[in-house]
Design a protein around this ligand. Structure first.
Ligand code: GDP
Ligand code: MN
Length: 398
């Protein structure tokens, strides 16, 4: 689950990580109030107004602006709230901004003594260990650094049996070229950042930039946080941070009915039981010349109700030109699934306008094929994987 910057910073601050302070606002008036309060608390006269959407690159898209007085806070906030923010990380339509973060300006005016770093914590899947990635080249273009000058990005792996060792935090501060107070501040920053990552059950904490201010404070200016969905049950306070407005509406609906659905760009919808078979089915669709429109694991109970829910989800996607149902009947019997498909199809009538290919294999597969073939519905049945692929090819060509 993705978080907004302001939520990520809340978590960071609760673990003692230094952050650029801010207050979230949903209207220009709230933004002005927020700016006044921040001035009282921090003494800042200038504020940055930052669009809160689940996408990076906001600075490049005009979603981060500096306000030098309260009038500017108000006018910038009213420009940004409600705008469709297009950044290198959003789709071409962009993302609607509902809230802004009004933050203290930490790049004190006319100051050249600041440095921007990049620091992230994530899981290295190859080694199965957490690692800290960092670079002196923080700011807005870390992707370009990774592409053109990858030697400027360092990594530090953490041994899970002992956790982050103090020498590792010092090594990071040293490699970032810091000394004195800033060096000490950075070792503390890294240690608390790592603690925040582990204890919030996150899969990513990406702080870009981490700022060294001219008075040698180390602050998180941005925060991209991804929480592990599988651990949310034990972090109810974080689970409440979910902002479904930022998520794909079909995926939100799928989650509500307990289906595992991921929206993709292709033209062949798929309905499969088991994640492994779903992956194999997506390969099959590609090999047949199509592109999967989604990943959908209906799980163990492929009865009529579930099949119907799955149909409805898949058909919300206008790009779908065919649907491939690929079910392996182990505990769930194929004939019951076939009956489920027929019932759902009959129930939905002319809502289904695309051809459907059904491959059922396993317990009672023969009976299942009979049910489908005798149903009189426009359903193509297949027994073999290859047969299903050929039928997909056939219907896409016609
Ligand atoms: P992103 O573009 O979505 O990654 O958003 P960031 O939070 O990283 O902000 C983008 C850029 O805005 C940063 O790289 C900074 O250069 C700039 N910025 C952020 N906070 C301040 C601030 O307090 N003062 C000034 N002058 N610039 C800031
Ligand atoms: Mn950033």
């Amino acid at each position: 689950m993705n978080l907004h910057e302001y939520q990520g910073k809340e978590i960071l601050a609760s673990f003692g990580v230094g952050v650029q302070r801010g207050i979230v606002a949903g209207t220009p008036e709230e933004a002005v109030e927020a700016a006044k309060r921040l001035t009282e608390e921090t003494g800042t006269g200038w504020h940055v107004i930052k669009a809160q959407v689940h996408a990076g690159g906001r600075g490049k898209g005009g979603g981060v602006k500096l306000a030098k007085n309260l009038d500017e806070v108000k006018s910038i906030a009213s420009d940004i709230i409600g705008m469709n923010l297009i950044t290198p990380q959003t789709s071409a339509e962009g993302k609607k901004v509902h809230q802004v973060l009004v933050a203290e300006d930490v790049y004190y005016p006319g100051d050249s003594e600041t440095s921007e770093f990049y620091i992230s914590v994530l899981l290295n899947r190859a080694s199965g260990r957490n690692m800290i990635m960092y670079s002196t080249e923080g700011g807005m273009d870390i992707e370009a650094v990774a592409e053109h000058t990858p030697h400027l990005i360092f990594t530090e792996e953490i041994d899970p049996s002992v956790g982050l060792m103090p020498f590792q935090a010092r090594k990071i501060a040293f490699n970032l070229g810091l000394s004195g107070q800033a060096f000490k501040g950075m070792t503390k920053f890294v240690a608390s950042l790592y603690k925040a990552y582990v204890e919030s059950d996150s899969s990513l904490f990406e702080i870009n930039p981490v700022l060294k201010t001219s008075d040698d404070k180390i602050l998180a200016v941005d925060a991209k946080v991804v929480l592990d969905d599988n651990a949310l049950y034990r972090r109810p306070a974080y689970a409440e941070m979910r902002d479904t407005r930022e998520e794909n509406p079909v995926e939100v609906e799928a989650k509500e009915v307990g289906l595992n659905y991921v929206d993709l760009d292709g033209n062949v919808g798929c309905m499969v039981n088991g994640a492994g078979l779903a992956m194999a089915t997506m390969d099959l669709i590609k090999m047949a010349g199509g592109e999967p429109a989604n990943f959908l694991d209906v799980g163990g109970t492929a009865d009529a109700k579930r099949v119907e829910q799955a149909f409805r989800l898949i058909l919300k996607d206008e790009n779908v030109q065919a649907i491939l149902i690929n079910i392996f009947g182990g505990i769930v019997r194929c004939d019951r699934v076939a009956q489920g498909v027929v019932d759902a199809y009959t129930n939905m009538g002319d809502e289904i306008k695309v051809p459907i290919i059904v491959r059922l294999q396993g317990t009672n597969a023969v009976e299942a094929k009979e049910i489908l073939d005798q149903s009189g519905l426009a359903v193509h049945s297949a027994v073999q994987f290859q047969e299903a692929a050929d039928k997909v090819k056939e219907v896409l060509a016609s």
